[in-house]
Design a protein around this ligand. Structure first.
Ligand code: C5P
Length: 224
């Protein structure tokens, strides 16, 4: 059976990551969370107080960043490591969420991370989610999905997720964060969030989780 690349792009909080993970599991594919890479980079910049306006400092910092994904054998979940440290929780903080889209606008950051993502997906058999996967990272992906959902529905889902992880955040704060990120991600100069011409749009507002996963698995099976 031939292995394909599945690119899933869309707005913040549409359920891309959880859907992509479940699709990968069903197909026996590798899941790659490109957003986690931008988040880990943001966390490093915040911790090391990297001056984003200094191109040399930025370039040096990017060279020092190592990002890896490892499976936690107790929970079965994939977790993000930054320079050997488990940062899965830290990269989901509101501090990182409020700053990540500023970092993701920077050309040198994108060039560096897009290259890493292309290496990770080279062998195919991957599901990668993000904002520019079908347009920039894998323009030749065999299956491209563009996920959307109503803002309020997205915010409520995100609030539930955060609550389950022990974080209490108001709906207003989540709506503000999601809409600000959508705005920056869609209007930035460097690879803005765009629906690729050949992407299939999946609106998850009124689909339950199983339905959205099955929809994408069915589309993938047509290509395999
Ligand atoms: O997917 P997630 O919401 O975790 O991504 C966090 C942020 O990383 C996005 O709001 C966006 O600014 C940036 N991002 C990006 N390109 C990607 C993935 C994420 O610019 N491929």
């Amino acid at each position: 059976m031939q292995k394909i690349v599945i690119a899933i792009d869309g707005y913040s909080g549409c359920g891309k990551s959880s859907t992509a993970k479940a699709v990968a599991l069903k197909l026996g594919y590798t899941y790659i969370d490109s957003g986690a890479m931008y988040r880990a980079t943001t966390l490093y910049f915040l911790k090391e107080k990297v001056d984003l306006n200094n191109p040399d400092e930025l370039q040096q910092a990017l060279k020092k960043i190592q990002i890896a994904f490892k499976k936690n054998f107790q929970t079965g979940k994939q977790e993000t490591y930054l320079n050997g440290m488990n940062v899965e929780d830290a990269i989901r903080s509101m501090e990182v969420s409020n700053f990540v889209s500023e970092v993701s606008k920077i050309k040198s950051v994108r060039t560096d991370l897009v290259h890493r993502q292309q290496q990770l997906g080279k062998a195919k058999g991957v599901v990668m989610d993000g904002r520019d996967i079908g347009t920039v990272v894998f323009p030749e992906a065999e299956l491209k999905i563009f996920m959307t959902a109503d803002l309020e529905i997205r915010a409520k889902r995100r609030q539930k997720e955060l609550l389950e992880a022990g974080r209490e955040v108001t709906l207003e704060e989540i709506i503000r964060n999601l809409s600000e990120r959508d705005e920056i991600d869609s209007t930035r100069k460097e690879s803005p969030l765009l629906r690729a011409d050949d992407a299939v749009e999946v609106d998850t507002s009124h689909l339950n989780f199983e339905e959205q996963v099955d929809r994408i698995v069915d589309l993938a099976n047509e290509k395999i």
